[in-house]
Design a protein around this ligand. Structure first.
Ligand code: GLN
Length: 544
């Protein structure tokens, strides 16, 4: 087993996840089997109970784990699906150690951070690498070096490196080189301090990835090299890129792939980036543009919708059309009529997932616009459920229709709690989660969009479309086109509309740069078609 440890210094939010994913890609391009593990030093067992404003979106894995959003970056960059063991938290480690202690596994000993907590961390890392059949495991340590919470993890990695011996571990430290002052001077001091912090705990970085707004000049690289005890070629400059998918090539161009294979005593084969480069070439060449309006409740923090944003990037790299996203806070829509008028001019509408009452009315209004103005629409999870509410209110004439999540006493609960959720205690990991089989109606728009009638998609919800309203929906033109094996509604569409599709699941989690998700492709293609051929309503009436 070989290990690459990626730590971060100076500040969080440097793109450590993208760096780690890109390093994985460099090795994968050389045919080396890799996997990635993320350490989140917080005490939560998983990210499922966290507000998106704290840590961005909750990324759901096939096995139903509610993970940190970096797992999404890993899956997208590696083109591999990961399981919940690839997201380690302090909560998980402590839970395992305490369970062992209660079972008597440590009988007679005093249970301590070192060696018991560090031992459990090392055991998990080895197990994850082995189960994944990976030759190299990349371990990203969340947070910033110096944080109290990450200490046991860094100590465990230091021990692991010693145990594995020479040529088995590489330490990569990601830092910020800020550019300050009137003449735009690059400052190395924060990097020096964070490397000193790392060395104080016995870790010497082999590579320093310097993030910043501009490329590093040779003298700055030399300075970092001198102060931080790494060769100048091991100081890598990664300035901000137009798209994160450029980063593997930026690293490759500075010899990082070869350097990693040298550090880990691995054969250095010529890397293959054919599909990756094709994606980037199409992405950069994009001509024309379409605008997708996104109506959500956490729009101030784009990370809350990261996988949707990436899914649209994947479409851009596939179709060669710039996809511009315009963001609307759902709560503002009822207060400001000009916002609806702007949404009316968008080429497509996406209403993503969410929870709770806030912003619901704005989403209903935006969906009504897309339905009546024939604007291509994709409703995901809560967006799908709210589309059912909109249809019930405005087409079925059930003015008070709602979801029991919004209005527990509504006379028309068109969306209601899933049977298996009733009486459930506890909030962590209790929703209907993970990959589930969805059967699609042959000939439906969604089946044609996927090009198949059976798909596996990831879920995260407590509520569902109420079966008592199926017949009325169908009779009024909302066709149920996808169901789960146990008969839950998974998707619907309006036949007499260019693209009005709602899905209970989360397609955004499965989109990859080399394989964009069919529903995002379908939405954008419908938007393009509508742009080229004016919608019937906009044409002058035919002469008879
Ligand atoms: N709040 C809805 C539910 O629990 C939708 C969840 C979501 O959008 N992820 O069913």
């Amino acid at each position: 087993m070989k290990v690459i440890v990626v730590s971060g210094g100076v500040i969080s939010g440097l793109g450590k996840g993208i760096t780690t994913s890109s390093l994985g890609r460099l090795l994968k391009a050389r045919g080396i089997p890799v996997t990635i593990l993320k350490i989140d030093p917080y005490l939560n067992v998983d990210a499922g109970t966290m507000n998106p404003y704290q840590h961005g979106e909750v990324f759901v894995l096939d096995d139903g784990t509610e993970a940190d959003l970096d797992l999404g970056n890993y899956e997208r960059f590696l083109g591999q699906s990961l399981s919940g063991t690839h997201n380690l938290t302090t909560g998980k480690i402590y839970r395992a150690v305490i369970e062992k202690e209660r079972r008597g596994d440590y009988l007679g000993t005093t249970v301590q951070i070192i060696p018991h907590v560090t031992g459990e961390i090392k055991r998990t890392i080895r197990e994850v690498a082995q189960t994944a059949g990976a030759e190299v495991i990349l371990v990203e340590v969340g947070g910033t070096v110096g944080d109290i919470e990450s200490m046991p993890f860094l100590e465990a990695l230091r021990e692991l490196s010693y145990e594995l011996g020479e040529g088995h571990t590489a330490f990569v430290h990601t830092t910020l080189v800020p550019i300050v002052g009137p003449v735009g001077e690059a400052k190395t001091k924060p990097t020096q301090h964070s490397v000193r912090e790392l060395r104080a705990i016995g870790i010497r970085p082999n590579l320093i990835i310097a993030r910043g707004s501009a490329p590093l000049a040779a003298d700055i690289k030399a300075k970092i090299s001198l102060f931080c005890d790494v060769p100048p070629e091991a100081v890598i400059s990664v300035p901000d890129q137009p798209t994160i998918y450029e980063v593997p090539l930026v690293l490759e161009a500075q010899g990082v792939g070869t350097r990693l294979t040298e550090l880990l005593h691995l054969p250095d084969r010529p890397p293959d980036y054919a599909a990756w480069k094709e994606f980037l070439t199409t992405y950069r060449r994009s001509g024309g543009s379409i605008e997708v309006a996104i109506v959500g409740k956490y729009t101030e923090l784009r990370d809350a919708y990261l996988s949707h944003i990436e899914a649209f990037h994947h479409v851009q790299g596939h179709l060669g059309v710039e996809v511009r996203l315009s963001w609307y806070d759902a709560e503002d829509i009822p207060k400001n009529p000009t916002l609806l008028a702007r949404i009316e001019h968008a080429d497509a509408l996406l209403v993503p997932g969410g929870f709770g009452v806030r912003g619901v009315e704005g989403k209903v209004q935006a969906i009504e616009v897309s339905r009546t103005r024939r604007i291509p629409f994709l409703g995901v999870c809560y967006g799908f459920q709210i589309a059912a509410v909109e249809f019930a209110r405005n087409v079925l004439g059930l003015a008070s229709a709602s979801s029991t999540e919004i209005e527990p006493e509504t006379p028309d609960p068109v969306v209601c709690l899933l049977e298996q959720q009733k009486g459930l205690q506890g909030m962590g990991g209790t929703m209907r989660l993970g990959a589930q089989r969805v059967v699609l109606t042959p000939g439906s728009l969604i089946a044609r969009t996927y090009g198949k009638t059976e798909v596996w998609e990831r879920h995260r919800h407590r509520y569902e479309i109420n079966p008592a309203y199926f017949d009325r929906f169908r009779a009024a033109g909302l066709a149920i086109t996808g169901t789960s094996v146990d008969g839950r509604v998974e998707s619907f569409e309006i036949a007499d509309h260019p693209f009005f599709v709602g899905v209970q699941f989360h397609p955004e989690f499965l989109s990859r740069p080399e394989a964009p998700h069919p529903l995002y492709l379908g939405l954008v293609r419908a938007a393009l078609a509508r742009k080229e051929v004016p919608a019937p309503a906009a044409r002058p009436p035919a002469l008879s």
